[in-house]
Unconditional design. Structure first.
Length: 165
């Protein structure tokens, strides 16, 4: 794994399992840059890897992900399906815990990953999810779907940096 993401992570705790963050992407170079900044700010008490499943992007998505230290795998568009891409990606992950993200999903706050891990680990829980908020400039149909499924409301603070330092 590249060193860019591991610089601020605690690698001295051998008893804790590795966490894998699995990201699906198709032509989202700019979204990936923001996502990796959000991931870089995460405070987790163990190492985590980022695995990217790239659906043959035409932009620089794969290059950006590699430059940021992710392990990048290409998944052919002809075989694409959300479930199939996630299943293939999960097999490529090295971690005992896998956190799924889309490239345009940006964690809010520097404790997002630790909260996701803590919800599952040691509690006999198989899965956890977090609240999803639509982007202000998102498609109206997508906003409505997220709001009806998750009960989310647009908030004035949404879109601020991932964490305040």
């Amino acid at each position: 794994m590249g060193g860019a993401l591991l610089l601020d992570m605690n690698l001295s705790e051998p008893s804790q399992s590795l966490v894998s963050v699995l990201v699906r992407v198709l032509n989202e170079e700019h979204a990936l840059r923001r996502l990796f900044e959000c991931l870089r700010l995460q405070k987790l008490d163990r190492p985590f890897e980022v695995v990217v499943i790239d659906n043959e992007s035409d932009d620089g998505s794969a290059k950006v992900a590699r430059a940021m230290g992710a392990r990048v795998f290409t998944f052919p568009r002809s075989l694409f399906g959300y479930g199939r891409a996630i299943n293939v990606g999960a097999k490529l992950c090295r971690g005992d815990l896998i956190v799924l993200l889309s490239a345009h999903s940006w964690p809010q706050g520097d404790d997002w990953l630790s909260r996701m891990v803590n919800c599952v680990e040691g509690r006999g829980v198989a899965a956890a999810y977090c609240r999803q908020l639509p982007r202000r400039q998102g498609l109206p149909a997508r906003k409505n779907a997220i709001q009806s499924i998750c009960g989310a409301r647009l908030q004035t603070g949404y879109g601020k940096p991932c964490a305040t330092m």
